[in-house]
Design a binder for this molecule. Structure first.
Ligand code: DX5
Ligand code: ZN
Length: 220
C-alpha cells in the first residue's frame, strides 16, 4: 500500500535561512521538503529555481519534492537534475503536447516524475499520464489556486482524490494548499497520502505536533 509523506512547504519558511529551516522541519519529523518553483508567468509569483535547490542540497540529504509552477517545465529538467532535486512535478495544463518526453527526461536525470493539476482542471486529464507505459509516479491535486501560501482549502477537490484512489490503489496522491489540522481528515479519508502543508506547520507553536497529527490521520 501507500505510505504517508508529510511535506512542509518551504514557501512558508524564512528563505534567508533555508538550510536551518529545512533542518528544523526534518527534526520535527517531516518526510519530504516541498519546494515551490514559480516563474512569475504560469503563476503571478516568483520564488526559487535550480541554484537554490543546489545550495540547499549541500546541507541536506532529504527528499526534495519540487513542484514546478512554470510555463516551460522542460527547461528545468537538466538544471534541477544536476542541482539534486528528488521529485519533479510538472503541471498538466502546460504539458499537453510533451508529457511523454517530460516523463522520460525526468527519469533519465534520476528524478521521480509527478503531474499536478489546478483546481479548474478535470481529473480525466491526468489519466493518460498514469496509464502510460512510462507513467508518472505521483499525482498532485491542487486544493487552492497555485501561486501563494496561506489560502483556504477547497473541499470540492476531494472528488478528484477519491476518483484517483478508487482507480489506483497504490498511486502516490499528493494534496497541496490549505492543509492543516482542520482539513487533514477530509483529505486523508478521500485517499491522499502525500500531504503538503506550509502556513499550518510554519505558523504553529509546535510544528512537530502538527506533523505527527497529520501523519496519524493518513495512516488511520
Ligand atoms: C501554492 C503552493 C503550496 C503552498 C501551500 O501555490 O503550491 O505548496 O506553499 O501553502 P499552504 O499550506 O499555506 O496553503
Ligand atoms: Zn506546492
Amino acid at each position: 500500500g501507500v505510505t504517508a509523506k508529510i511535506a512542509p512547504s518551504m514557501l512558508s519558511s524564512d528563505f534567508a535561512n533555508l538550510a536551518s529551516e529545512a533542518k528544523r522541519m526534518l527534526d520535527f519529523g517531516a518526510d519530504w521538503l516541498h519546494m515551490d518553483i514559480m516563474d512569475g508567468h504560469f503563476v503571478p509569483n516568483l520564488t526559487i529555481g535550480a541554484p537554490v535547490i543546489e545550495s540547499l542540497r549541500k546541507h541536506t540529504k532529504a527528499y526534495l519534492d519540487c513542484h514546478l509552477m512554470v510555463t516551460n517545465p522542460i527547461d528545468y529538467i537538466e538544471p534541477l537534475g544536476k542541482a539534486g532535486a528528488s521529485g519533479f512535478t510538472f503541471h498538466v495544463e502546460v504539458s499537453k503536447e510533451n508529457w511523454q518526453e517530460l516523463i522520460q527526461k525526468i527519469k533519465l536525470k534520476g528524478m521521480r516524475p509527478g503531474v499536478a493539476l489546478k483546481p479548474g482542471t478535470p481529473i480525466e486529464e491526468v489519466y493518460p499520464l498514469i496509464n502510460s507505459e512510462n507513467p508518472v509516479e505521483m499525482v498532485l491535486v491542487m486544493t487552492v489556486e497555485p501561486g501563494f501560501g496561506g489560502q483556504k482549502f477547497m473541499p470540492e477537490m476531494m472528488d478528484k482524490v477519491r476518483m484517483l484512489r478508487n482507480k489506483y490503489p497504490s498511486l502516490d496522491i499528493e494534496v497541496d494548499g490549505g492543509l492543516g489540522p482542520s482539513t487533514i481528515d477530509v483529505a486523508a479519508s478521500a485517499g491522499a497520502n502525500c500531504i503538503v502543508a506550509g502556513s499550518s506547520v510554519f505558523g504553529a507553536p509546535e510544528p512537530a505536533a502538527v506533523i505527527s497529527l497529520m501523519r496519524k490521520s493518513v495512516l488511520e
